[in-house]
Design a protein around this ligand. Structure first.
Ligand code: HEC
Ligand code: HEC
Length: 452
């Protein structure tokens, strides 16, 4: 943080870049993801799965699917990151501002010298040039900078890891080793989007002016995003609060039938949806449910239910779906530690309550923690309003899988974080189902939830 060794610091960073930047860009052989039978003789299923998981991880962490044409090319977000002094616009995005917005830095992508300088407080966290250096190392989780030959930032793209990974803060707050699949509940997606100098195309899509659009995205707050606003144009709920939902974890999903808070579809369904409609990657997407003009006026107007029939050579998404799917299935929910994350004795008593008096296991069926089969419920089934359910084709809520709950307590629980703590969730069920739980039982149940 001291300003003195600045010149030295940047020099070292600039030098380090050229060596390190090559490392994560490993060639990906996604073309043969849709494997043919002829491959079976060559590789055992285990080898095949291992290779696909590695490819899927690469996609999850580093693939923009060509979405830099949107985030950089159309919205010009890279110019706001760069700042006027370096050829962009505005003050630029300092590392401190980036970390404050919840962006994370992957310590393993940093050269040792830079790690040491950060540890010693010798890196100027107020200088946007340092942010550019971090982008050159490909160390900013979920963001890829594209540079021109003179070293300027040419464009910027986003990846799945932006929202669905965080870091363990091993070096400093916001800087550490990647934790893939963990929901980034610090990330203020709306604040990052609002930085973009040219929001007009998005405002036009939603038939609002730019100030209104900014109001909508800035209302999301940390850990939230609104995937449905680009389909139905609803920025706010009837009660005036933001219509955004929490970023869910992307681990512990194997064996779970329907995905997202409102059960839009399977993992490969949703991955195609997000990569095309939200990230604006280049691919094909088909879902005639989006042609429903009453429910999804924006999507219907723009033909989002059947995105252009581009040539397979231009499609940068479809061929990545199999490996991306397998990678997500491979991400287990992390295990909490007894004594540290929860009280083991209380959790044991809570276990008995979960499948007994509290009836939680009726829906959160151990060990999938959701129903085997059609894991959906009407809003009345869980005593909540239908606003968010009505923004999805089935008008229902999905029974949320509960593994690794201890990792995403920030931002609250249920799709919109309406219950700030697990205690509030249990109180809600206590009154919804007239369970008659005592305060001790409620607290035991909470400890059990933290142990999953
Ligand atoms: C801008 C933030 C953001 C990005 C980028 C993003 N997601 Fe998500 N993801 C979300 C939000 C928010 C939801 C919940 C959506 C809902 O329920 O309407 C979600 C839901 C999911 C789910 C469902 C989880 C569950 O509990 O069933 C999966 C799987 C997922 N995303 C995978 C991905 C993949 C793979 C990518 C990259 C192709 C990606 N996401 C990119 C924010 C993001
Ligand atoms: C009728 C089926 C049903 C029963 C019974 C049920 N749940 Fe749920 N649970 C759901 C649904 C559906 C959601 C998702 C609600 C939403 O997203 O708004 C959910 C969400 C949750 C969440 C929030 C997860 C997150 O990531 O935010 C927790 C925690 C939870 N339930 C715990 C429990 C406990 C504890 C019990 C027993 C007291 C219980 N549930 C009983 C259906 C049920």
């Amino acid at each position: 943080m001291s300003k003195r060794p600045m010149a030295l610091t940047l020099g070292a960073i600039a030098l380090g870049c050229c060596i390190v930047a090559i490392q994560p860009g490993r060639a990906v052989h996604a073309d043969d993801d849709f494997d043919r039978d002829s491959h079976q003789g060559a590789a055992s299923p285990a080898k095949h799965a291992e290779r696909m998981i590695a490819e899927g991880r690469q996609t999850f962490r580093f693939d923009t699917f060509g979405d830099e044409d949107f985030w950089g090319g159309t919205l010009e977000l890279h110019k706001a990151v760069e700042g006027a002094k370096l050829g962009g616009v505005g003050p630029g995005l300092s590392p401190l501002a980036a970390l404050t917005a919840g962006l994370k830095v992957d310590v393993d992508a940093l050269p040792r010298g830079v790690r040491e300088q950060i540890e010693a407080g010798q890196v100027n966290l107020n200088d946007p040039a340092v942010t550019l250096a971090l982008l050159r190392f490909r160390s900013v989780v979920g963001l890829t900078g594209f540079f021109n030959e003179s070293g300027g930032l040419r464009s910027i793209g986003i990846q799945c890891a932006l929202c669905h990974s965080t870091v363990d803060n091993s070096l400093a707050p916001g800087i550490g080793r990647r934790l893939d699949g963990w929901a980034n509940r610090d990330l203020n997606v709306g604040a990052v989007v609002a930085l973009a100098p040219n929001l007009k195309p998005v405002a036009n899509l939603l038939h609002v002016d730019v100030p209104t659009l900014k109001k909508v995205v800035l209302a999301w707050g940390p850990g939230k995003f609104d995937a449905e606003v680009f389909l139905d144009g609803k920025g706010f709920r009837p009660d005036g609060k933001s219509a955004a939902t929490l970023i869910p974890p992307a681990f512990g999903l194997a064996g779970v039938n329907l995905h997202t808070w409102t059960g839009w579809g399977s993992i490969p369904y949703w991955n195609a949806f997000v990569a095309n409609l939200e990230m604006h990657g280049k691919g094909r997407f088909f879902d005639p449910r989006l042609n429903n003009r009453d429910q999804f006026p924006i999507a219907a107007e723009n033909g989002l239910g059947d995105l252009p029939h581009i040539s397979p050579d231009e499609d940068r998404i479809t061929k990545k779906l199999p490996a991306l799917h397998l990678y997500q299935l491979s991400l287990k929910a992390p295990k909490p530690k007894a004594g540290k994350d929860f009280d083991a004795e209380a959790a044991e008593r809570g276990d008995a309550l979960f499948s007994g008096k509290a009836k939680c296991n009726n829906c959160h069926v151990e060990p999938a923690w959701t129903e085997p089969g059609w894991n959906m419920h009407t809003p009345q089934d869980v005593c909540v309003d239908s606003f968010q359910a009505d923004r999805a084709p089935d008008h229902q809520y999905r029974t949320a899988p509960l593994g690794g709950l201890f990792t995403h307590q920030k931002g609250g629980f249920y799709h919109d974080g309406r219950f700030p703590t697990l205690g509030d969730v249990v109180n809600h069920y206590d009154s919804c189902f007239s369970l008659g739980l005592t305060p001790y039982e409620k607290s035991d149940l909470v400890q059990y939830l933290l142990s999953l």
